[in-house]
Structure formats: C-alpha cells, structure tokens
Design a protein around this ligand. Structure first.
Ligand SMILES: C[S@@+](CC[C@H](N)C(=O)[O-])C[C@H]1O[C@@H](n2cnc3c(N)ncnc32)[C@H](O)[C@@H]1O
Length: 200
C-alpha cells in the first residue's frame, strides 16, 4: 500500500484539505459521481460548495445523495463550468477540476479543450488570493490529448508572480494515467492585485 504517492484524485484531496477552512466557498467544476463535491462539503461545513455538470444524470444522483444525507452546503448547477462567473459572486478558496467523462456513464460526453481552458481562466481570476486550483487531467478520452495540450500551454503562460504551478505525473505507469496540475494564487502580490479587477 502506498502512503505518499497516491492516485491523482487522492493527491488533490490531500493538497486541498489544509488550504480550506469551514467558512470558505469552494467549487467542484466537474461534479460527475460527486466524490470531490462531497469531500469538499465535509471541509466547508459552514461555507458553500458550487458544483457544475452538464449532465442531468450527474445532478440528479447528487440531488438524491444530498436529500438522503440532509446536506445543506452544496449548490448544484446543471451548467457548463465555463459559465461559473455568472453563478458565483464570492471568491472561492479552492476549485477542483477532474477532466474526462463520467465514470460509468457515456464516454462520448467529455470535457472539451476550449471550454476547459475558459473555465480554468475564469476560475483563476475569481480565485481568492492564497487559494488553490487542482486539475486532474486524463488524456485517455476522445478530446483528451488536445485538451491537455491547450490547457498546459495556457497554464505555462501564467505570470509566476501571481501563480505558482506544478504538474505531477507518474513516470512508471501507462502514458494515459491521469496527471495532476496544482495552481496556487499568491496572497501577497501587489502588482497582480493592481492588474486583476477580480481582486480589488
Ligand atoms: C471525470 S468526470 C468527474 C468525476 C467527478 N469529479 C467524481 O468525483 O466522480 C467529468 C465530468 O465532467 C462533466 N463535464 C463535461 N463537460 C463539462 C462542462 N463544460 N462543465 C461542467 N461539467 C462538465 C462530465 O459530464 C463528467 O460528469
């Protein structure tokens, strides 16, 4: 059993956990089966989780779970994450993306290169200073290679005074094994604050 070098999903949880407090607002940009949403819901017990998915079936599954478990802090949105700026007024402390298709669902319905980049762009602008974005990238779906390339190209262009970025990938697994991108927003960059309307 491994204790440190875990699956990308678990690594993302371990990174987010110490960054988030009970009153924070956070985002699950890809609800799917709800694993990240309900993980986040347990962290922000007095805050809020906004969860996006374009598939009605994912929303309905999460709705049932919320009802059964009397969960009060999750807002489900059957909307593309690229529109997140239209639904969130707060500055989220964490945003999680888990790209690809719904596990156990239709493999033809996936996240797409342009909307993913747009959503990450918007998420980074909205992110609270000191906040973190995790992106689990899976190249094994139809649009996966193109999505990964566009995303990495965009993320490489980010100002290193405003964002610190890492990519974690397995070196001895299948080439298509998911990799993780972690982006932290500087909480003390005067220059960045001047240039970013979302921070003033
Ligand atoms: C890999 S799954 C997410 C897994 C999920 N985090 C979990 O814990 O089960 C990717 C999800 O992204 C959704 N998706 C695809 N395009 C989207 C978009 N533009 N906005 C929001 N969700 C999208 C898919 O419907 C799918 O459910």
């Amino acid at each position: 059993m491994y204790k440190v070098i875990l699956r990308a999903t678990e690594l993302a949880h371990n990174i987010i956990k110490p960054m988030v407090s009970e009153n924070d607002v956070v985002v699950d940009a890809t609800l799917g089966n709800g694993n990240d949403t309900f993980f986040l819901s347990g962290l922000v017990t007095k805050g809020k989780v906004y969860s996006f998915d374009i598939q009605r079936s994912a929303i309905e599954k999460a709705e049932s779970y919320i009802k059964e478990n009397k969960i009060k802090n999750v807002v489900l949105l059957n909307v593309g994450h690229e529109k997140m700026d239209m639904y969130i007024d707060e500055k989220p402390m964490a945003i999680m993306f888990n790209l690809g298709y719904l596990p156990g669902g239709d493999k033809g319905i996936t996240t797409m290169p342009d909307t993913t980049v747009e959503a990450v762009q918007k998420g980074l602008r909205m992110l609270h200073p000191g906040g973190v974005v995790t992106i689990e990238v899976y190249t094994g779906h139809n649009a996966g290679e193109d999505e990964a390339k566009k995303l990495v190209d965009y993320i490489k262009s980010l100002c290193s005074k405003e964002f610190s970025v890492m990519k974690i990938n397995f070196l001895n697994k299948n080439k298509k094994a998911p990799f993780l991108i972690i982006i932290e927003k500087n909480d003390n960059c005067y220059e960045c604050i001047q240039n970013n309307p979302y921070l003033t």
